[in-house]
Design a binder for this molecule. Sequence first.
Ligand code: SF4
Ligand code: SF4
Length: 194
Amino acid sequence: MTSYEESYLNTRPQSLCHMCGKCCRVVTTPTPYNKLKRMAFQGDEGAKDFLSIFVPYESIEAAREVDAGVVDNILNLLKADNPDLKEDEMTFYCCKYLQDDNKCSNYENRPALCRHFPSTPWAIVPPGCGFEGWLFGKREEDKERVRHAKEELLELELLKSKYDEPKILNKISSVEAKLHRTIDFYKKYGSENW
Ligand code: SF4
Ligand code: SF4
């Protein structure tokens, strides 16, 4: 686990979960089902954990019959990032341990992926999830961090034009590299456009 995930998980208020069970009843992954099975066969712990609890629905329609709101929310968000997404290549799953009263019958032994969900501020959560508002705030903090890094880069650019001493320029370069690393870290969430 990276320190980013650790510090995020340490501050995440678990009490916000109102145990609706939606994130156990209709879920998907960016990795196709057949690939997940291959990964599990090859010993990938994450894939093994996932397939040890989640059972695929026969079709997207079958998942929609259970909770169309969750299915369409996920598809809409994924399509916003990838307009070429093919729905018929997606697989939705339900956990075999979820009970009719929305409680987990495997709570004490649930895998890390359950204990950590939502595992980043950028995780897709079902509409109405108790974490929605809090995650929005955390995403805004990430964006602010990146905007601040971009501002600092502009200021350093100006500073560079005022100095020609190698020692100072080297120091500026190392600060620039650090700021670029911050921006790159959030690239997969769209930091280039923040
Ligand atoms: S969808 Fe959100 S509120 Fe509902 S059980 Fe999952 S984490 Fe908790
Ligand atoms: S193991 Fe429990 S917490 Fe994890 S998805 Fe299944 S029902 Fe939900």
